[in-house]
Write a protein of this length. Sequence first.
Length: 441
Amino acid sequence: MENPANRTLYALQDVPGKGKGLVATKDILKGTRITSEQALFTISGYKTLGLEDLERLICQQLNALSSDQSNAFMSLHNALPFNNAADQYYGIFNTNCLPLDDGDETGIFLDASRANHDCENNVVYGWNKTIKRMTLHAMRDIRSGEEITTSYVPLLKPRQARQATLKRSFGFTCMCRLCTLPEPESQARDAMIEQAMTMEQMGLAICSTVPLEALRCFHASILFHNSEEGREDSSFAQAHLSVATFFTMYGDLARAHFFAEKAAAVSRTLFGSDGQDALRYTAIAQLRLFSMKWKTAINEQPQGLGPIDLQNWLWERQIPDGLAGFLVLPLQISIAEGGSSKKRHWCFLGQILDIKFLDHLVFSMRDMHSKERPLHFCTEQEGRELTTIPYQKGYSVVVIDAVQWVFNPGGLVDSAGIRLEDPRMIKVNDDYSSKLSPVQL
């Protein structure tokens, strides 16, 4: 899969609406290294130098090229307007350059630079420090005749942000499948992405102080990456690395090994087995332990488990006994993930700040971490069945098995709330304390 790039795999062809692009000339299997090329030339200090210095360096590099190489450079697309030759050279370089590693060096790669954009790209480019070449790897199987595309922007961004970046930096409006989804579908997807990213960030922020809640945040993020909206890309690998690092911190090497191996496998597909991330991810489980609180050995992973039982084992600590704040409640997407033979329960605890009744009863709630969220009564009687239960501002509310719900698709995570459908799952008390004893379930 990782032989040097073979140009029989692709050809430079006209692509409708895109100009020139790379098109597969035969079926390409997932993980295949499609290109492996040295830079035509590189520029150091690309992010820090001024325009005048950049133009001077680019002109110097071009003057050192052969006639054929210079013509190949000039044939690349330029997304920027220009008034003179120096401006034109800079525009071509700026439009097509690719970063080398994480530093401030960029280069022109005549083949890799020809891959057009698609938000659902089928290849990933990456600088390989081991062989000092830019590579393109197939992140999924690619059919003969299919365009080979990479992504110029992070996929885990809202459509509006992706479109704005592409228009500003490259001068075009993306018309890929994701960017042309009907508005309700696009807004719902954006909201799901923002929730998943918030969960991962929250998990990283609290993992050293409240590990059980951090684990639930990581679980919500992984559920998204494993859903049909997720992809086995760099974000997928990074999310699994975060979970592996978390388990390593607490001495749980069996689970750390599972997630580190998953991150490494995806990284090998995207960048090759000689890629730096693949090598680093493989070694994560061997990092020094910071705690032995959840101690397990690498070989303690149970064997022969089915998909559901494996998930139950991986996340057996995902739902702690007792009470939880809003941000660590399961996302609505987890409802369809399948049940467990040993169902575990959890409770949301909050205080009533305000009460509204429009077409249904709504409590404005403050949770045990001072986060404010709405609780919507989507019951058969829309909250009217609570007439037998006294409630008012300041009272405490416990909701059993509460789940986050996005009531305004496309809105911020903070616009989400709790949707109550079964009135038997709520308990109201005239006292509030964030340290109430766990409800008996």
